[in-house]
Write a protein that binds this ligand. Structure first.
Ligand code: CP
Length: 322
């Protein structure tokens, strides 16, 4: 068990051992989240600032709940409500948050590299809640925890990521984590959104949806990220859906025990049929629950707490981790 990092900016730079450490902690915290008590005040006295310059439902809310479950004080800042609107720079904004004695800065930004830029300039720990098309590390971890819940291991597990890969930070974090841990990743979508160059990341690239979903143990769907696309990557949304949407007919091509994932927000009727999103094979809302556990683990580790004493600490508080 090891973790010596001040920040969590990406998965690309993490070792398999660091990945396993965070996942082990998240498995313990999941028991806390699912217990009636939920509250394990290991971060009492700490202050967490949620600084989201792009919209978010799941990430921002779950970081706030995670920090509160750990007993930390939480403040929330959005682009709209901050003095960024009055021309204050990103650097000045975060230096002011630091002057308010924040211990952790959770940030989402449209610019790839913004959390790294900030992490190099503040003493506070920085947790990347998604930066441009670069990475969304806690999403990668919560997706991985969902796979572990089902399979118990990553070795040889086949994961197909279907959709807009090119503009997706979720895809990149998933690819780095899953390939480092021994899963077999296939990327699928139109060639304009899934260029062959992704093979360099250790994945298979396929432009034939029927083949890509038939081999998968997990199909992880991604929405079309219009906010990052500079030009349309396909003629129309209808055309995208007819060629690459996960319809009920296509679900019948999947293995009988294959699982459907989506990081959210879902666009019903575009990348996924509404009935498919709600069917028994879908673990979309389990992913959201796992996000809470992963974010508790991330907050615990970047504040310098030891992974090796976590189980004992939680059991001493009366949580049943068996
Ligand atoms: N999956 C995800 O990042 O969702 P939000 O944009 O709602 O945080």
């Amino acid at each position: 068990m090891d973790w010596t990092r001040k920040d969590l900016i990406d998965i690309e730079s993490l070792s398999p051992s660091e990945i396993q450490t965070l996942l082990n902690c998240a498995q313990h915290f999941k028991k806390v989240c699912l217990s009636p008590r939920k509250h394990a005040p290991l971060l009492q006295g700490y202050t967490v600032a949620n600084f989201f310059v792009e919209p978010s439902t799941r990430t921002r809310t779950s970081f706030e709940l995670a920090a509160k479950h750990l007993g930390a004080t939480v403040v929330n800042l959005s682009a709209e409500s901050s003095s960024l609107k009055k021309g204050e720079t990103l650097k000045d904004t975060v230096l002011n948050l630091q002057a308010l004695q924040t211990d952790v800065l959770v940030m989402r930004h449209s610019a790839s590299g913004a959390p790294q830029f900030v992490a190099e300039r503040v003493r506070s720990a920085v947790l990347n809640g998604g930066d441009g098309a670069h990475e969304h590390p806690t999403q990668g971890f919560l997706d991985a925890l969902t796979i572990l819940d089902k399979k118990g291991s990553f070795k040889g597990v086949r994961v197909t990521i279907l959709g807009d890969i090119l503009y997706s930070r979720v895809a990149r974090s998933n690819i780095w984590l899953l390939t480092k841990m021994g899963a077999l990743v296939t990327l699928c979508g139109p060639p304009t959104l899934v260029p062959m160059s992704f093979e360099k990341m250790g994945c298979k690239v396929s432009h034939k949806v029927e083949d890509a979903i038939a081999e998968a143990d997990f199909v992880n769907l991604l929405r079309i990220q219009h906010e990052r696309q500079r030009k349309s990557a396909f003629p129309s949304l209808g055309e995208y859906t007819s060629f690459f949407g996960l319809t009920q007919e296509r679900v019948r091509l999947m293995k009988p025990d294959a699982t459907i994932m989506h990081p959210g927000p879902i666009n019903r009727g575009v990348e996924i049929d509404s009935e498919v999103a709600d069917c028994g094979r879908s673990v979309i809302l389990d992913q959201v629950t796992n996000g809470l556990a992963v974010r508790m683990a991330a907050l615990y580790l970047v504040t310098g707490h030891s992974p090796s004493v976590l189980k004992d600490a939680l059991e001493t508080m009366g949580f049943d981790l068996s």
